[in-house]
Design a protein around this ligand. Sequence first.
Ligand code: SF4
Ligand code: SF4
Length: 453
Amino acid sequence: MKNFITHYARKRYTSFIIITCIALILPFIRINNNHFFLLSFDHKKLDLFFISFSTQELYLMPFLLICLFLGIFFITTLGGRIWCAWSCPQTIFRVIFRDLIQTKLLKIRTSIANKQKNYEGKILKKILAVLIFYALSLVAVSNFLWYFVPPEDFFAYIQNPGEHLLLMGILFVTSFFLTLDVCFLAENFCIYVCPYARIQSVMFDTNTIQVIYDEHRGGKVFDGATKLYKKPPQGECIGCEACVAVCPTHIDIRRGMQLECINCLECADACSKVQNKFKRESLINWTSFEAVEKRQKVRYFRFRTIAYCIVLAVAVIILIFMGSKKEHMLLNINRSSELYHIEQKDGKTEVSNAYIFLFDNTDNKAHEYYFKVEIQGDENALSIVRPSKPFTLKAGAKSKQIVVLKTEKNLSKNKDQDTILPLKITAFALDESEKIKVERESIFVYPKDIQKD
Ligand code: SF4
Ligand code: SF4
């Protein structure tokens, strides 16, 4: 005999477990010492897809945000509030608190099938439920922080809380507000606070998947906001209101699409159990308006979704391309305030210019660095006085180097004014000089023809 009972709740719980495991495990996975995602203000770096970028390379962030927003637009147009029901931490926390802790564990609520009923009394158990959730929220907030303070640092820091008061403050205060939100604000967060809930309906079209009550089969229950019947005189809806009792946002889906509906599909499961007794499919389904109206399958491939796919693919390709252009070292060059320095030595005139080089090893291992300098047209005109030999930089380390370049040649091209010569600087890691190399331009200033004065 055909069974019409749907198991969306079970599938959602599976999705919650997978997402939670991924979120918990991901910060611990490192490849070449880099994380999947880490925005560390401490180490001034961004790890993305296991590649490390210095904060000076944050030009990738706009592309990342563009991909993120395009992804949200695409998913919302295709699957409506699929994020809210299947992945949103708020929904996951509410299921853990209400259905797991309050109902299954402490039996404060008698059944997850009725989310409308308020249970009086049981004060101690209610307090215990909040305390259990606060303990869980410490884990959840820690997990969130691991994307900003890597776990290897986080666990070292919390062993010395006195030295890391800011981190400890963020952990305990955020956990407190998370507990207030989940235990007391509850689904009102989705209805009144969450901005995504407000903007997403503009991305919907008639083919967007939503939770829809089939009025053709079930019968008309509402006329706008006015409830006509509990049980429509014509139609398959028996007016049991199992779909209303189970709804965590306290709405009646038979009224049509509502901002409050988080698409959790609990009403669809509830109705499927009722209709199964009559050997019929649920009157509430995860489908599109057009599919219900025209009695056809949902159209996933349509102009909007294909266009979003193409634009998203282009943005991802650009992001990957930009990511692959990552420099393994960075170099900033500034000239010192003194234009040049003149010194007479063994009857020769020596002219030197000083610079400040800021080296940044953005690679994930230590390297020995040095550089060469050349003036266009005369490669051997300059020598490096300082630093006199290569220096080592640890992975992610920066070093400010005072650089002095000297010439014994007369480079003056004009006896009435200083000569400005274009200077090419090539800095490199000695062990990987082809891969880790940057070129910069600056100037060398030679005084007006001093030797002939
Ligand atoms: S659960 Fe189904 S049959 Fe019962 S009131 Fe809701 S739509 Fe009607
Ligand atoms: S109407 Fe149905 S899908 Fe929407 S929030 Fe209520 S139970 Fe969930």
